[in-house]
Design a protein around this ligand. Structure first.
Ligand code: NAP
Length: 243
């Protein structure tokens, strides 16, 4: 039976992991929650770059790699593509569609942290919803700003910043209440796509707030790409029947 290695760290990946068999492997970087109740084996931690992953594919006799990592996890996707090519293992990827601005949206597209700082300069109460990156800059907060950072793990913050530990999915009602309570005047986001964290964009639109939106990094081409977990699972069923 051909073994599958699934690279995860997202809700979509967990959905795919639930369909894997006991002989398959689900790999996590080790920064999120450990999933429970899976038939497949869960392994945690890096492989040691593309070469380490190539060796792992051979050692574990992997016959298919599925990359369902977050669209901003560009390094592991690049490593997976290189390792699969070298090991001649098919490389499938789940690439969920990026969010697109709608009528009434005021999005400012940026590529990196300096561009985020520049785009935020006119505002006073930014809400950061792009992970831990702002925590490295809490000593650089401009005098006219107070930051709220929402990321997976809570953190002490400082006198000029609060850090909220929270995991999606987030609801529109919850985001409305949060924005009103904090007096948010600009939202900072990654263009993650998907529904779990999209409510903030709806509430920003309702309130006429700008969104500083980080563009996606470039990701390697895959042998097969899917835009949803359900499409990938359908293909996996056919593939399993054939292999
Ligand atoms: P990254 O920069 O692409 O990867 C950094 C290193 O972490 C990789 O080189 C690899 O180490 C290890 N790694 C990443 N994903 C792994 C996996 N599924 N299994 C085993 N090792 C993994 O990734 P990141 O942006 O730090 O994200 C880390 C994890 O969090 C990913 O699994 C991603 O799906 C998830 N995540 C990321 C974001 C985000 O915004 N970046 C958001 C939600 C979830 P080695 O080189 O040693 O193999």
């Amino acid at each position: 039976m051909t073994r599958i290695l699934l690279l995860g760290g997202t809700g979509d990946a967990l959905q795919i992991a639930r369909a894997l068999r006991a002989s398959d492997l689900y790999s996590l970087a080790g920064i999120g929650k450990m999933p429970e109740g899976l038939a497949c084996t869960v392994r945690v931690g890096g492989f040691g770059g593309a070469q380490g992953l190539q060796a792992y594919l051979a050692d574990e006799r992997i016959g298919l790699l599925i990359d369902a990592t977050h669209p901003f996890a560009a390094r592991i996707s690049s490593n997976a593509s290189i390792a699969c090519r070298a090991a001649r293992v098919p490389y499938w990827a789940l690439r969920r569609a990026p969010w697109q601005p709608q009528a009434g949206d005021d999005w400012r597209f940026v590529d990196d942290w300096p561009q985020i700082v520049e785009a935020l300069a006119p505002y006073r109460r930014p809400l950061f919803t792009l992970g831990r990156e702002p925590l490295a800059h809490l000593d650089e907060i401009p005098a006219h700003q107070y930051w709220v950072v929402r990321c997976l793990e809570a953190h002490a913050g400082n006198t000029r910043a609060s850090v909220i530990g929270a995991r999606g999915p987030f609801t529109v009602d919850g985001e409305r209440a949060l924005f009103a309570m904090l007096g948010v005047d600009v939202v900072v986001s990654k263009n993650s796509g998907g529904s779990a964290t999209a409510a903030k964009l709806e509430v920003a639109r309702e309130r006429g707030l700008p969104v500083v939106m980080t563009r996606r990094p470039e990701l390697p081409a895959a042998d097969r790409e899917f835009d949803s977990a359900s499409a990938l699972l359908r293909a996996l069923t056919e593939w399993s029947a054939d292999s």
